[in-house]
Ligand binder design. Structure first.
Ligand SMILES: Cc1ncc(COP(=O)(O)O)c(C=O)c1O
Length: 425
């Protein structure tokens, strides 16, 4: 299991050798910074798996995709846009026809056309997709994403299994789906379950058993099983990673039992998003106001939930650090509420699920100091929006002692691109 190196709610002067002061004087605030060395470390952790398939929804900048490709990682795509991102990042389907897999619960027309154009392997999350892929690509090999009838997730909004989840093919419908596959000339070669057991290995063993039972119903056409994503990272003091050796052992034992039953080898995939990129990412903001409201002290930033939505969406906790402009760090700490500039009461980074405002003990800071939302590389920038007419922020990559801008700050022209005013009648 990797050692936890995240620094929780403290003072930070640099990121991977680059002074915060220098980063912001060059690129301004807010900005996202990714530390490539952390991503490389996380890829190495998963070397035991035959295939590491990055769920690019977590952070889909083409520079990140390119670097992961160079590290031997392949990708998952959930939309036509993500397929095109992967192609733009150099994934070459001629070299490896499975380097991009389309995984979703539906095809929209654009995605189906692109899947057909590139003969992409599809992970079907609904029975209708089997029929649609059969019509578009008769003879295609597909994977079935199974909802085993139970789930797990850090919030009701992220629970990926059970009757309240919209994801996957219901476990009791597998036989019917196999009939559908026969009828539409589609061969089921893969099985996939994305349940995300967190650090709960007992729960994971139930997931493995559920996959094994379904695999035995599918039978000898299977060549791949996928453990899905959901590997956790520590966001709070005291949280840990899952024991990766045990995690792998459970899946490997499932794979081996199936290999014995089928008499041929099976490839074991994992499909992490968060695990590969979360800890690499930092959102640097400037404190623009410090104000007292009754019993609460607020640090108000130039970054809001349009830049990082996880707190308002899930009550997600991000470690926070302060970088003092003066370079001198006061030893005193106070309880503060951290919020953004948006016209919404919910624009609070220190909130709990349900929207309850929480206080955080942080170093005393003033206007002009910088505040860094940490472990922000996954589901950070990718969920950013232009709400309140705000420009999406730059993304920067630190790699081998160099700081690269991998996405420029948006401009007003970006903000109104595609808009037009019809002639007044
Ligand atoms: C099908 C699928 N695979 C992988 C992932 C990645 O999950 P995580 O980022 O928790 O590893 C997701 C997340 O939504 C998903 O839906």
């Amino acid at each position: 299991m990797p050692a936890v190196t995240t620094s929780f709610d403290t003072i930070r002067t640099e990121i991977s050798g680059f002074a915060i002061r220098d980063i912001v004087s060059q690129f301004g605030t807010p900005c996202y910074v990714y530390d490539m060395s952390k991503i490389e470390e996380r890829v190495k952790d998963l070397a035991a798996f035959d295939v590491v398939r990055y769920a690019q929804k977590a952070c889909s900048n083409i520079a990140i995709l390119d670097r992961l490709r160079r590290l031997g990682v392949v990708v998952d795509a959930v939309s036509a846009g993500e397929v095109k991102r992967a192609l733009a990042a150099g994934f070459d389907l001629k070299q490896d026809p499975h380097c991009i897999v389309y995984t979703a619960d539906v095809f929209d027309q654009e995605a189906l056309a692109l899947v057909k154009e590139h003969s992409l392997h599809v992970n079907c999350g609904s029975p209708d997709m089997i029929e649609q892929i059969g019509r578009a690509m008769p003879g295609a090999n597909v994977t079935l994403r199974i909802n085993p009838g139970f789930g797990h997730g850090h919030s009701q909004k992220t629970n990926t299994g059970g009757p309240q989840s919209k994801h996957g093919i219901w476990h009791e419908d597998v036989v019917e789906c196999l009939r559908k596959a026969d009828l539409h000339n589609v061969i089921v070669t893969g099985l996939h379950m994305h349940i995300g057991s967190g650090t709960d290995l007992e729960h994971l063993s139930q997931v493995c058993n559920a996959l094994e039972n379904i695999a035995l119903q599918v039978g000898r056409t299977l060549t791949t099983i996928s453990a899905g994503g959901g590997l956790p990272v520590p966001y709070r003091q005291g949280q840990t990673y899952v024991d990766l050796e045990q995690y792998y052992s459970l899946w490997d034992a499932t794979r081996k039992r199936l290999e014995k039953a089928f008499g041929h080898s099976l490839s074991l995939e994992i499909e992490p998003g968060r695990y590969l990129v979360a800890e690499s990412g930092f959102l640097i903001a400037e404190i623009r106001a410090v104000k007292q409201m009754g019993e609460n002290t607020f640090y108000l930033l130039d970054a809001g939930f349009n830049d990082l939505a996880r707190p308002i969406l899930y009550g997600a906790y991000h470690p926070i650090s302060i970088s003092h402009r003066s370079g001198r760090a006061p030893s005193e700490q106070i309880d503060v509420v951290v919020g953004g500039p948006l016209c919404e009461s919910g624009d609070i980074f220190t909130q709990e699920e349900g929207g309850f405002v929480a206080k955080r003990k942080l170093p005393v800071a003033s206007v002009g100091d910088h505040l860094i939302l940490e472990v922000a590389g996954a589901y950070g920038f990718v969920m950013a929006s232009n709400y309140n007419g705000r420009f999406r922020v730059p993304e920067l990559l630190i790699e081998n002692g160099k700081l690269h801008c991998i996405r420029a700050r948006e401009t007003f022209e970006d903000l109104i691109r595609g808009e037009s005013i019809p002639p007044a009648s």
